[in-house]
Design a protein around this ligand. Structure first.
Ligand code: FAD
Length: 423
């Protein structure tokens, strides 16, 4: 990059100054190349908006580990029999039709000096700007006795696809009186209300199948959780006696799991279940640390008004892999951050106007049939950090009509956002 900053450059362009060094995309004979690693909520949205808004002037390649993408969002509704797996699985065909080059494969390294992404199959892809959106990887060793192999017996289902199907088949195989033990993850993790929506949806399945002597025992490493009052009210109302939540002040600390024995050991007691759902600690997807983009939290620091990596000005990091101030790690957040990043990438490469960053998020959760709740906020950059400017949350004691409306809103949101991400 030249000695003036990109922002100064854009300001000069806006002021009609024509004799300064032009950005790479204008200068180069060929189209500037953007490579996006990760075809989830963050990456696919960025690729789509870059292709859509650059009028063919940017060459956009999306690298995705698999041909299809199953959303974690609404995967709990699949566990509750409200959705099929097919209805939450999306292809990249529309993105390809909109001008994105979709490369299926695993990105295993970033050569920042040469601006090259190396792929597991030995090929490599050159970039002018790189967008890193790999989501999360799991810290299997954050729980004694848990591992990638153990996850085949006690699924985490915190990355959607095969793990989600495994959890569903184990849930469907339970007999009346057999228990589920869930260990939710420690902070920070993707989708703060997600584990508790999952408890609700698994309880719904047990109840509708008449397995009302079964219990869900939640052994939480955290003393409190998102929308706690709303969930606990809902569990009392819909699933009385079926859900028991224990925080660390009660269980005293999680010592480990034995997935073969079906037990979770704590200071207080040993909890036993025919189904264990163990969700370990999380970090940015491996490619982020491979590329030297993470800090000691395991996630990636970014410049708040652009989602640009603090480590490399040609790289943006967004979605769950990033440290995005007050924003929770969610599909909605990832989609919102993607639009800010795409605007800034176009600013870098084409000199297009860059507006101040604004972000938003809502996390809906389904507690029981038509009993939906939500929490959300608007965000802007304050003192160099993404901060919430207004917030809202459902209230306990709301009437059924409002909860039904909230659930219907979530259905509209799902169709809208998946169209926005995948075209
Ligand atoms: C149970 C559950 C429920 C949830 N519910 C909601 C909800 O209701 N609303 C909401 O907004 N959010 C929800 N979320 C959170 C949401 O799913 C995530 O925050 C969101 O998917 C993050 O998007 P992302 O693009 O950062 O990561 P991802 O969606 O995980 O996408 C990353 C993609 O990159 C791929 N990838 C990783 N590394 C590489 C590599 N090296 N090469 C190629 N490809 C790679 C991955 O395979 C993946 O497909 C939920 C999450 C869970 C687990």
């Amino acid at each position: 990059m030249s000695k003036i900053s990109r922002r100064q450059f854009n300001a000069l362009l806006g002021a009609g100054v024509a004799t300064i060094a032009v950005p790479m995309g204008i200068r180069a004979q060929t189209k500037p190349k953007v490579v996006v690693i990760g075809g989830g909520a963050a990456g696919a949205t960025t690729a789509r908006y870059l292709a859509k808004d650059s009028d063919g002037k940017i060459d956009v390649t999306l690298i995705s580990a698999s041909e299809n993408y199953t959303t974690c969002f609404f995967s709990n509704l699949y566990l509750g029999d409200f959705r099929t797996l097919e209805s939450i699985t999306h292809s990249y065909d529309n993105l390809a039709a909109e001008g994105v080059t979709v490369k299926i494969g695993y990105a295993q390294g970033i050569d920042r000096a040469k601006k090259m992404v190396s792929m597991a199959d030995g090929s490599s892809v050159a970039y002018d700007s790189l967008v890193v959106a790999p989501g999360i990887d799991l810290k299997y060793d954050s729980i004694e006795g848990y591992s990638e192999e153990a996850a085949e017996i006690a699924p985490h289902a915190w990355q959607a696809g095969a793990q989600t199907s495994l959890l569903k088949s184990k849930l469907d195989a339970l007999q009346n009186g057999q228990n589920i033990v869930m260990v939710p993850p420690p902070n920070p993790y993707r989708c703060p209300p997600g584990p508790y929506e999952r408890v609700s949806m698994m309880a719904h399945t047990l109840k509708t199948r008449g397995l009302t002597d079964s219990k869900i025992l939640v052994i939480d490493p955290k003393p409190k959780f998102s929308k706690q009052g709303l969930f606990q009210e809902g569990w009392d109302k819909h699933y009385a006696g079926m859900v028991e939540w224990y925080g660390p002040d009660v269980h005293g600390g999680i010592q480990g799991v034995d997935v073969n024995a079906g037990t979770v050991e704590t200071d207080l007691d040993t909890f036993e279940g025919a189904l264990l759902n163990i969700i370990p600690g999380q970090m940015a997807g491996a490619i982020a640390s491979e590329g030297g983009l993470t800090n000691d939290t395991g996630f990636c620091p970014i410049v708040a008004d652009s989602m640009r990596s603090t480590e490399d000005e040609s790289i943006y990091v967004l979605g769950d892999a990033s440290i995005a101030g007050a924003m929770p790690k969610s599909g909605f957040s990832a989609n919102s951050q993607a639009k800010v990043a795409a605007m800034n990438v176009r600013g870098d490469l084409l000199g297009s106007k860059v507006f101040p960053a604004k972000f938003s998020n809502t996390c809906w959760s389904l507690i029981a049939t038509e009993d939906g709740v939500k929490v959300g906020a608007q965000y802007a950059v304050e003192d160099g950090k993404i901060a919430s400017t207004s917030t809202f949350v459902s209230q306990t004691g709301e009437d059924e009509a409002l909860r039904k409306t909230t659930y219907e809103e979530s259905l509209g949101w799902y169709s809208g956002i998946t169209k926005d991400i995948f075209g």
